[in-house]
Design a protein around this ligand. Structure first.
Ligand code: ADP
Length: 265
């Protein structure tokens, strides 16, 4: 425990110093608790797919199975292996972000062109589920960003839009700008998030409905990574949502000229 007990001091400089040390000790305790919680979540989250993999591998090895059963169990093993691999990749990204060794290679990106590619790439995934993706970017807007990280941000948000929507729902990306900022707005008409859950959705491993999110293939790390990547670009992200109505994420980046002299990441 980082608790410190300092002699009672008055309003002089020594008193200020004592209070600062006490605050710092509080921060360190908080960080340590947060780290312990994170580590225990990781072991829990890794154990679940491993349990499935081991269980079904045992069955496939020991029992006489029909070809259908065999193929069904092997699919589960494959699915859980993919989940593990996604989770390890996500955890690796987060660890590098936390250690500040995350490489952000910023280059000027023409958002109109970039979003056209995103639309072409992701539309089939929406169509396949009977949903629609539409992208609106009227003017040419340039931002300074790491293209593959920006794609990861958009991918995670679109992946959620698909997971938490139903056939007939629509997801729209709107790109706009003000004098100083570029705004990427991604909204869906999916099932939305309740007011009580909304403050927590960017937390690591937080899922509104654990079993449902698991069935949909989530790791609970997608939005945590989005938030870190947006911050690593010097941007901000916010969310608005109403249960039953849909969800809207808004990412605000500084415009090209504001970014040029900054180094991030
Ligand atoms: P997951 O891997 O579970 O999707 P995320 O970190 O991406 O984890 O999201 C955290 C939780 O936030 C999800 O489990 C889901 O409950 C909620 N959520 C995220 N995006 C949306 C959305 N577009 N619509 C409704 N709920 C969402």
């Amino acid at each position: 425990d980082f608790s410190v007990s300092l002699p009672k001091t008055g309003d002089d400089e020594l008193g200020d110093l004592a209070r600062s040390i006490q605050l710092l000790a509080g921060d360190l305790n908080y960080l340590r608790e947060e780290r312990n919680e994170f580590l225990s979540s990781i072991s829990h989250e890794l154990r679940t797919p491993l349990t499935y993999i081991k269980g079904y591998a045992d069955i496939v090895q020991k029992r006489d199975l029909s070809p259908e059963e065999r193929s069904q169990y092997l699919s589960i093993i494959l699915e859980e292996t993919n989940r593990l691999s996604d989770m390890v990749k996500n955890l690796f990204d987060l660890a590098r972000i936390d250690k500040n060794t995350f490489d952000i290679k910023k280059r000027p990106i023409d958002l109109k062109e970039f979003m056209k590619k995103i639309e072409t790439k992701f539309s089939p995934a929406f169509t396949e589920k009977g949903m629609l993706l539409s992208v609106n970017c009227l003017e040419s807007i340039t931002i300074s960003a790491d293209a593959s990280r920006l794609e990861q941000i958009i991918f995670n948000l679109l992946d959620n839009a698909i997971k938490y929507s139903s056939p007939g729902d629509k997801t729209t990306i709107n790109i706009s700008r003000t004098k100083k900022h570029v705004i990427i707005n991604i909204n869906d008409t999916g099932r939305g998030i309740s007011e009580e859950e909304l403050p927590f959705i960017f937390n690591r491993f937080y899922r509104v409905d654990k079993s449902r999110a698991r069935a949909l293939g989530g790791t609970g790390l997608g939005l945590a990574i989005v938030k870190e990547l947006v911050h690593a670009h010097g941007g901000t992200i916010s969310v608005c949502s109403r249960e039953g109505d849909g969800t809207e994420f808004e990412i605000v980046f500084k415009g090209e000229t504001e970014c040029e002299n900054n180094t991030f990441g």
